[in-house]
Design a protein around this ligand. Structure first.
Ligand code: FDA
Length: 302
């Protein structure tokens, strides 16, 4: 089965489908890559991953919000999530998107929401990662990180290797835990590398500097060439295996995750849950249709 990327992207952004998908529950194969819509469904998924030796980072799904009430609901959801992690002794951190917590409404309002989450997480020993969104949100996200890290040491962020500014940012924030990704949004040539080769090269450059300098990094990529090169790099330089972790999206490359854990590497899984699963599912489908169509139409194949 082959579906055009543009068609899938159009469907991902369709308001009617997004709204109705909430009523359907995680059907049409979405359950293979999300942990359901509620914390009750989420808990056994995380426990199963933990049991297999994988740590997790949990994400409450949703798009950017423009009304304070919605952003406050998201904040409450994260506070409940932190309590759940503590009560069930889950091996889990949380990952959040600032536009869900009001970044597009008002910086200070968003800051107060995020600070409450980070502070509660700090009390319970839970790590928080601030995701990076499109270029327009990058600078305010770093500003928020800077304010938070003055008071808390349990907050880290994401560096997107496709941005020219990534090299400067990764050096500037060497005292916070970094999740290194390639970058998922369409960005212009004025701010970002465009070709696969350029992005791949910059990703490796930034990553190897981090590893060489002993800065803990979450290597968030499904790129098996990079994973193989990391293994070689750390073996040759005798870099300890607890100096980094590999990070994967839930539902993808499970065999590889198990293999890496078996070899002694730390692996963490990005586990999304929540009612707003539809656009996440469709966006993953647009990125890599073959993965999901396999999961939907032939559950035995993985
Ligand atoms: P890429 O698309 O470059 O493909 C390289 C190779 O990897 C392909 O040849 C293919 O074989 C394989 N591959 C790719 N995707 C796969 C999949 N899903 N399953 C199996 N194999 C696959 N972006 C962002 O802008 N901000 C953010 O905060 C985050 N956060 C984030 C967290 C985590 C845990 C992950 C894994 C990714 C993100 N991303 C992100 C997304 C990231 O920027 C990037 O778009 C995707 O990871 C795709 O890049 P890769 O390096 O994984 O593969």
């Amino acid at each position: 089965m082959s579906v055009g990327k543009d068609v899938i992207t159009y469907l991902a952004e369709n308001d009617w489908l997004n709204e109705n998908a909430k009523r359907w529950g995680t059907k049409i194969g979405a359950r293979a890559i999300t942990a359901g819509t509620t914390m009750t469904e989420l808990t056994p998924v995380v426990q199963k991953l933990n049991y297999a030796g994988l740590s997790t980072t949990i994400v409450y799904l949703g798009d950017g919000l423009y009304e304070k009430a919605g952003a406050l609901d998201v904040k409450e959801q994260y506070l409940d999530l932190i309590h759940l992690i503590q009560e069930k002794a889950l091996d889990a951190t949380v990952t959040l998107q600032l536009t869900q917590l009001g970044l597009d409404i008002d910086f200070d309002f968003c800051y107060e929401n995020v600070k409450e989450i980070v502070s509660e997480a700090y009390n319970y020993g839970v790590q928080v990662t601030i995701e990076m969104e499109d270029y327009g949100h990058v600078q305010p996200s770093f500003l928020m990180l800077e304010q938070l890290k003055e008071e808390y040491d349990n907050v880290g962020t994401v560096i997107q290797a496709y941005f020219y500014r990534a090299e400067e940012d990764i050096k500037k924030y060497k005292d916070v835990p970094i999740r290194l990704v390639k970058g998922a949004y369409d960005e212009p040539i004025s701010v970002a590398y465009q070709t696969k080769e350029e992005i791949y090269t910059n990703y490796k450059k930034l990553l190897f500097e981090q590893l060489q300098n002993g800065i803990f990094t979450s290597i968030a990529t499904h790129d098996q060439e990079i994973i193989a090169e990391v293994k070689q790099f750390v073996q040759q330089r005798e870099i300890p295996l607890d100096a980094f972790e590999f990070q994967f999206l839930y539902g993808f490359d499970q065999q590889l995750q198990e293999q890496l854990v078996g070899e002694g590497y730390a692996c963490s899984v990005y586990v999304p849950y929540g009612e707003e699963w539809y656009s996440y599912f469709m966006n993953r489908l647009a990125e890599r249709p073959q993965n999901i169509t396999k999961k939907v139409f032939n559950k035995k194949t993985n």
